[in-house]
Design a protein around this ligand. Structure first.
Ligand code: SAH
Length: 236
């Protein structure tokens, strides 16, 4: 479609060709994320592998590549807005990673962070392990299970994470309950949300208080629509 428009342009020869890697690098910068071209390329190759795999197993409802860049890659990189105000993440858990968001783009953009993808659906975690292996992303680990179990005392991820991220996983109260055992003291929980009703907000706060967590201010941003990161911190 864009190609046709460019051909009709009398200055077509001088019209810049939009490289999706450059678009990604430029748009990520708006979230405070400095992305190398190679990192942008790795994200796009992961996305293409995912969209191909999506023909066999349902990993995302988004079928269009440009839309997937926006709704999966860039939305994941909104993590930069939170990271700008905290210590560098070292051990991060993506609770309910599904097709790998936001954990996979975060692993690529923060290569010295150990990123653990957690999902209770085995076929999803298996598929994403294969895709990430094919895309060559070294700093990822994969866990089939529920956050509540993996973070229980003696569990493999108990109190390990300085950061837990979760997108489209459930209500705030559910996310808090599933993630509190995974968080090290002082660790942050970052939940991707659009609108949050007052009742959900209140229930989230109640669960947080029970789990010895405090609420931090939301961070709002715009993509296809207005979105927000709802944040908590586990007390020390
Ligand atoms: N975060 C992804 C996927 C969202 S779908 C994205 O934004 O695209 C939600 C996923 O969370 C599902 O794959 C489901 O299996 C998983 N899930 C829900 N509750 C969970 C829990 N308590 N522990 C681990 N995984 C969970």
């Amino acid at each position: 479609m864009t190609g046709l428009l460019v051909e009709k342009d009398p200055n077509a020869e001088n019209a810049p060709v939009e490289d999706p890697r450059e678009t990604l690098v430029g748009r990520a910068a708006a979230f405070g994320v400095r992305l190398e071209a190679a990192a942008a390329a790795a994200m796009l190759s992961y996305l293409d592998l995912l969209l191909a795999k999506n023909e066999q197993i349902n990993l995302t409802a988004v079928r269009d590549r440009a839309e997937a860049v926006e709704r999966h890659l860039l939305d994941s990189l909104a993590f930069g807005l939170h990271a700008a105000g905290t210590a560098r993440p070292r051990v991060l858990v993506d609770l309910g990673s599904g097709g790998g968001f936001p954990g996979v783009p975060i692993a690529i953009a923060w290569p010295d962070c150990e990123v653990h993808l957690v999902d209770s659906t085995r076929k999803k975690i298996d598929a994403v392990r294969d895709l990430a292996g094919a895309a060559g992303i070294p700093n990822l680990a994969f866990h089939w299970g529920r956050g509540e179990e993996l973070g229980r005392g003696g569990g493999p991820l108990a109190a390990r994470a300085d950061t837990v991220v979760a997108r489209a996983v459930g209500t705030l109260a559910e996310i808090v309950r599933a993630s509190c055992g995974l968080l090290a003291p002082g660790g942050h929980l970052v939940a991707w949300k659009s609108e949050v009703a007052d009742a959900e907000r209140a229930a989230g706060l109640q669960s947080a208080a029970a789990a010895r967590m405090e609420s931090l201010p939301d961070i709002e941003y715009e993509l296809d629509r207005r979105r927000r990161l709802v944040r908590y911190r586990r007390l020390r």
